[in-house]
Design a binder for this molecule. Structure first.
Ligand code: GAP
Length: 450
């Protein structure tokens, strides 16, 4: 299948099965917005829970935060976003298409734009590059376009406020709360999951780049004794383990060490994890050594000392290793892995995050009562089971097919021989289509082990 057709059939499948719908559909849509349905929203939730487990609970001294989306404007001045978080834009005067100037230069010449000024990019485009849409050479000047979404904080619209473009700043400005509240003995980490907003010029590629998205970010604070790379490597391996858990094949991701002259203004070192998306390799997540850029700047702008007293009395400003993962990008890669590994209808979402782990199938309506009894008396009281579905109607083959397409690893059939809570049910494995009989009383043990 041609790549574009393949992506479209992937998106259609996700819509049809209840993973992802396009946004505001009944009003004709709103481009590049997406809604997550019964399976997609659960998958997202499970993914975020797994992140909390992997990056907070399973790491010593890491804690969770839930900070506001709207922050005092001074936060964004201190962080450098007001001054530096812009995209350089240029328009074709003839066909009115709009482009990122840096993308145009890099895609059409061998020149890297990391160190170029706006004027330099403009000169290169006007001298050397035609409009990719209409081939004319009639460009506007390059202008800087603010990526932060603006809204107002009052009814008079006079009070400008930004929606956060990253969750990280909420973490930095809460440094003292954690330190003073006994949750901040170095080294320690603060992580949070939440919405971020960017007024992207070129959103698209399904859920890869949107204006509203979620981030899972961890800021790990440490005393930099020249050991920044050790913590950096530690988190590279935490991320690699996490990717394995969510089913990303080794061959489908790679690490890209961002060259010094292309680093973001706050970064001393960045590694991007790239994924082999259906449209090509693209950034999945990033790990950065932000040094003490953020705490230093917030200390200066807020007049509040964001520092740390070591046991010997020395006062330092801790450094930070950041891991920043876009929820939707990771979701895209997880769904794409499952899609490309789909066999005999089974959409193999890794069991740790699958929306529904089991579905109950009463074979005929005579078994519905017993099924409800099993759920009420065996399943619900036990902590082993979670996210249960019941498919009551339809031909059993079709019900298996639905279960497989939803990625449900286990189907449990109750038939006329089951009779009572002392009876047996059939468990069917979606992956192998193998079926086994098992006593209802042994279900808890089975799911504990699986
Ligand atoms: N705090 C650092 C930071 O925000 P970033 O590279 O700008 O760094 C981190 O973003 C991650 O957030 C990206 O690797 C990507 O997964 C996700 N992300 C960024 N912009 C996005 C967008 N417009 N749509 C979806 N995800 C995005």
């Amino acid at each position: 299948m041609e790549e574009k057709a393949k992506i479209n059939s992937f998106i259609n499948f996700l819509k049809e099965k209840g993973f992802i719908y396009s946004g505001s559909e009944i009003y004709g849509g709103l481009s590049n917005t997406w809604d997550y349905g019964p399976l997609g929203s659960l998958l997202k939730k499970n993914l975020k829970d797994l992140w909390i487990n992997s990056f907070i609970f399973q790491q010593k001294n890491n804690f969770l935060l839930d900070s506001s989306i709207m922050l005092n404007n001074k936060v964004w001045e201190a962080s450098g976003h007001v001054e530096k978080f812009n995209d350089p834009l240029i328009d074709c005067k003839k066909c009115k298409s709009r482009f990122r100037a840096d993308h145009l230069v890099e895609e059409n010449t061998q020149i890297k734009t990391g160190n170029l000024s706006i004027k330099e990019m403009e000169t290169i485009i006007k001298d050397k590059i035609s409009c990719p849409k209409c081939q004319s050479n009639n460009w506007t000047d390059v202008r800087e376009f603010k990526l932060m979404f603006e809204t107002s904080n009052s009814k008079t619209k006079s009070d400008l406020i930004y929606l956060r473009p990253e969750t990280a700043q909420g973490v930095f400005i809460n440094f003292n709360n954690y330190k003073n509240g006994k949750f901040g003995k170095l080294p320690f980490g603060i992580g949070q999951i939440g919405k971020a907003f960017r007024n992207e010029i070129t959103p698209g590629n399904f859920i890869f780049r949107t204006k509203e998205f979620e981030q899972m970010e961890l800021e790990y604070y440490f005393h930099d004794l020249g050991n920044g790379n050790d913590y950096f490597e530690e988190y590279v391996s935490v991320v690699e383990k996490f990717l394995k858990k969510v089913g990303i094949a080794d061959k489908n991701f790679r690490l890209f060490e961002v060259p010094k002259d292309e680093l973001a203004h706050y970064s001393k070192r960045t590694i991007d994890f790239e994924y082999n998306f259906p449209f090509g390799w693209g950034e999945l997540l990033g790990i950065a050594n932000r040094g003490n850029f953020d705490l230093t700047n917030h200390s200066q702008h807020s007049q509040e000392k964001l520092n740390y007293r070591l046991e010997d009395g020395e006062v330092i400003i801790p450094s930070v290793i950041e891991t920043s993962i876009g929820v939707e990008r990771l979701l895209f890669s997880i769904l794409w892995e499952a899609w490309t590994n789909k066999t005999e209808n089974y959409f193999p979402i890794p069991q740790e995050i699958v929306p529904y782990k089991m579905v109950f199938l009463p074979l005929t309506k005579n078994e519905i009562e017993l099924t409800n009894k099993i759920i009420e008396e065996i399943i619900t009281p036990s902590k082993v089971f979670s996210n249960i579905l019941v498919f009551e109607k339809g031909n059993i083959g079709k019900r298996y097919k639905h279960a497989d397409e939803f990625g449900i690893p286990f189907s449990i059939t109750i038939d006329q021989e089951t009779k009572s809570l002392d009876g047996e049910v059939t468990i069917r494995f979606a992956k192998t289509k193998e079926q086994i009989k098992i006593k209802i009383k042994e279900l808890e043990d089975f799911f504990f082990k699986n």
